[in-house]
Every structure is written in C-alpha cells, then in structure tokens.
Design a protein around this ligand. Structure first.
Ligand SMILES: Nc1ncnc2c1ncn2[C@@H]1O[C@H](COP(=O)(O)OP(=O)(O)OP(=O)(O)O)[C@@H](O)[C@H]1O
Length: 251
C-alpha cells in the first residue's frame, strides 16, 4: 500500500498560487527527492502535508488514512515526522534536553508533574533517556549530551535535528534541506546515516538543492516549478528531461 499520497493540494497566499494542484505518492521504503527552483513551492508543499499551514484544496493520505489537516503531533503519532530548513533546536537547552523534548508524552520538568507521578511515567522517562543516548551515540553526539545546543556547529545541529526526529519513531521522515550549510565530510556522514535508516525500513521525502548528493541518495525525484509538478521519475529520467533542464537545471 502506498504510504503517502498527496492529491491535488493547492495553497494560495493572496493572489499568489504557491502550490497548484500538486499530486504525488511515496511508496513504503522509498527515498523520494522534492526539487525545483527557489520559490517553486517545495517548502509550502511540506507545510501543507504536515499541517504547519492549511491547504485550500486537496487531500493528504498517510498509511491508508486521510490525514489532511491533522496537526503535527497527531501526524507524528501516526508515524509521519518532518524536520525544518532552519533547525529548531532550543539553544538554551542541552543536547539531551532537546532530545527529551521530542519524546512522546514527555512528562516535563515542572514541579506539578511530580503530583500523581507513577512508576509507569518514571519508567517511560527512563526509557526516553536511554533511547536518547542510543541515538546520540549513533550520531556521535554522545560526548555533547550536556552541552547547550547553541555550542554545536551547523552540521552537528543537523545531526541533532535528525536524531531528535527519530525519538518519535517515525515510519516516514520529511527532511527539509538536510545538507544545507553542512560541510562535505559531515554531508557524507549524514548521507550514510540516511541510507542506514532507509535500509532499516524508514521511508523518506527530502527537499534539497544539493542535487549531486540528492541524486545519489534517492530512488525517485519529483520536480516542482511554479507550484506545479513538472516531472517525476528516476534521477536519470529527470536529469535527461528537457522540460526540467529548461526550467531548472539550465542548458
Ligand atoms: N507565508 C507566506 N506568505 C506569502 N507568500 C509565501 C509564504 N510562504 C511562501 N510564499 C511564497 O510561495 C512561493 C513558494 O515558496 P516556497 O518557500 O514554498 O518555495 P520553495 O520551493 O520551498 O523555495 P526555496 O527553494 O527558496 O526554499 C514563493 O513565491 C514564496 O514567496
């Protein structure tokens, strides 16, 4: 069964049609890239799928259910999680605190949470801490666990964002420009992490301008231009598509 189906999604801002009747699908286990020129509607499409903004028309189905308009936490509970172009880690929190904030049913630190606290919620918190440390060690951030997120490099923040999104145990991750501002060696590292996650069963939809890296990574590309789907296909098909070359890749 198709995992994600975007069907006829449209979003306007005043008279500007940012996303115009966009339809595409992602099958389980795929890595699909969403590409196109600046302003093509990639981020708006992500925002519509993840209900960061509303849609004017169209539907989004995930894992067999209509999830159009479901808020991000409800989508996350169903297994659909996204990251943002600018990382959103809280700089005044430590790396571990950032990870625990993402944990489902995070019990929180305020005093009143102690009221009526059960063994069960303590066990859940302990499990979240253990999972956070496991993920931080996968991403080689465990030595930074007590550092403030503000002290991380741009690349390390991208790794933290990825690690944090995995705290939600997604079936599908939507990554918005995961390689932007990341140096080449960390990009190679990120690609290897993404490939390993995919091999372990994670489905991915990735917005990225860094096409050389993206085309190596993805099974298929969906190309947006002026808010519409211009083409979809394998990287080889897309790189040889005359319309795509004219609109995006240049002569
Ligand atoms: N909140 C908003 N208000 C008004 N216009 C917006 C808003 N968000 C996006 N737009 C416009 O919608 C169009 C699509 O923008 P969007 O950010 O989705 O493109 P993009 O393909 O992600 O571009 P980029 O590659 O530069 O991130 C652009 O013309 C943009 O200016």
């Amino acid at each position: 069964m198709t995992l994600l189906t975007v069907d006829g999604v449209r979003r306007t801002f005043g008279s500007l049609v940012a996303v115009d009747d966009v339809s595409f699908a992602v099958e389980p286990g795929e890595i699909v890239g969403l590409i196109g020129p600046n302003g093509a509607g990639k981020t708006t499409t992500f925002n519509c799928i993840s209900s960061v903004i509303g849609t004017d028309a169209g539907t989004v189905r995930f894992d067999g259910a209509d999830v159009t308009g479901l808020p991000p936490h409800a989508l996350a509970r169903r297994g659909l999680v996204r990251t943002f172009q600018r990382t959103r880690e809280l700089e005044t929190l430590t790396v571990e605190e950032n990870m625990l904030l993402a944990a489902p049913d995070q019990p929180g630190e305020r005093a009143w949470h102690a009221v009526g606290r059960t063994d069960r919620s303590e066990r859940r918190e302990q499990a979240a801490r253990e999972r956070a440390m496991e993920l931080l060690s996968v991403f080689e951030l465990e030595s930074m666990v007590d550092e403030y997120a503000a002290t991380l490099s741009g690349g390390q923040r991208k790794l933290l964002e990825l690690a944090r999104s995995l705290m939600l145990d997604p079936a599908m991750l939507m990554l918005d420009e995961p390689f932007a501002g990341v140096n080449p060696s960390l990009t190679t590292e990120l690609v290897a992490h993404i490939e390993a996650l995919n091999a372990a069963g994670l489905t991915l939809l990735v917005i990225e301008h860094e096409l050389e890296t993206l085309t190596e990574l993805v099974d298929r590309l969906v190309v947006l231009a002026d808010g519409r789907v211009l083409a979809a296909g394998t990287p080889t098909e897309i790189m040889n598509n005359d319309e795509v070359i004219d609109a995006y890749l240049g002569g």
